[in-house]
Design a protein around this ligand. Sequence first.
Ligand SMILES: Nc1ncnc2c1ncn2[C@@H]1O[C@H](COP(=O)(O)OP(=O)(O)OP(=O)(O)O)[C@@H](O)[C@H]1O
Ligand code: SF4
Ligand SMILES: [Mg+2]
Length: 351
Amino acid sequence: MTTVDTGDAVQRGSGAMGAPVLQVSDAVVQFKGRRALGKRSVVRALDGVSLTLPRGATLGIVGESGSGKSTLARSIVGLEKLQSGSITVAGEGEARGRQVQMIFQDSLNSLNPQRSIGSTLAEPLMIHQLRPRNQVRERVAELLDTVGLSPDLASRRPLQLSGGQRQRVNIARALATEPKIIIADEPTSALDVSLRGQILNLLRRLQREQDLSYIFISHDLGLVGQISDLVGVMYLGRIVEIADRADIYRRPQHPYTRALLGSAATPDPRRGRVAPIPGEPPSPADPPPGCHFHPRCPLAQPSCKVGDVMLEPAGPRHQVACPVVLHPVARSATSLTDAGISSGRGSAPGI
Ligand SMILES: Nc1ncnc2c1ncn2[C@@H]1O[C@H](COP(=O)(O)OP(=O)(O)OP(=O)(O)O)[C@@H](O)[C@H]1O
Ligand code: SF4
Ligand SMILES: [Mg+2]
């Protein structure tokens, strides 16, 4: 089990973030895996995740492919059922479907190609009875304007728009229910760099204007550093480190976070992306016992292979799931540097 409590009021730059708007407690999500030797394996995509999202804040979630980022997002919006644990949105009263909205990476597949943009944006207004029928058209125009699109686009279909315009429509659709929380799962990965900046600026402006809280998922550590107040690092279904943005980029503690930040400093020239961490992530259908990272961790000790590894405080609003780093007496004489882990220290953009 991992436990994260970012506190009731979290400092954000010069100001304070609000009370929790979302609480995820010990969430477990399992999928049926492949059948082998007559037995079907179980993929534990979320393995006891707990986190708190303060109102008005952005929590960035990073981690390698398959670490459970999208499963976390989908379970928060109610698209995946929890095997155990709970997810609570503050100030209930409204259905979660209205309070929490999601923006996906693939702007085209997220929209029904047969429907006009206007009809797509009108749908949530009708389902949740947010406007009388005779005001729906006006509200659709207002939503388009809010995301920087001309109301004339209401009559178009998704294929008649650019990728950037489509992602703005997806944001407008998310805003239609007047949510408290928006979960953005790789929302800019399919866009080129200039459009990416525009979408980030739009999300920032909307957060200020509409008091939104975000969970922002990305492979791109630089991007997460630009937009997040808090950053959580996932590995094989667990959060292994979570902290204020500045703290995690300047003082990463968990060997996986350090490796991730170290690899981000050396982009893979073949793909123009972050170079992978040495070693393959193990299969979530057969995770290593103890600390899941131990087969790839240069600091691993025999004790890392047994028992549960819990998140523990490593400073104000900083939690780490690595007893070896947190309690140096339990550690071998090998230092992080001796073990060949890049410190990964640096600054997130803008800090
Ligand atoms: N519907 C499903 N059925 C079976 N396994 C699934 C399902 N959805 C996700 N998984 C598995 O759960 C694990 C976590 O997947 P998830 O999509 O959450 O990872 P991710 O961190 O979002 O990866 P990526 O960065 O590639 O998007 C993976 O091993 C994945 O194969
Ligand atoms: S608990 Fe052990 S294996 Fe896991 S990250 Fe820490 S040192 Fe490495
Ligand atoms: Mg994903």
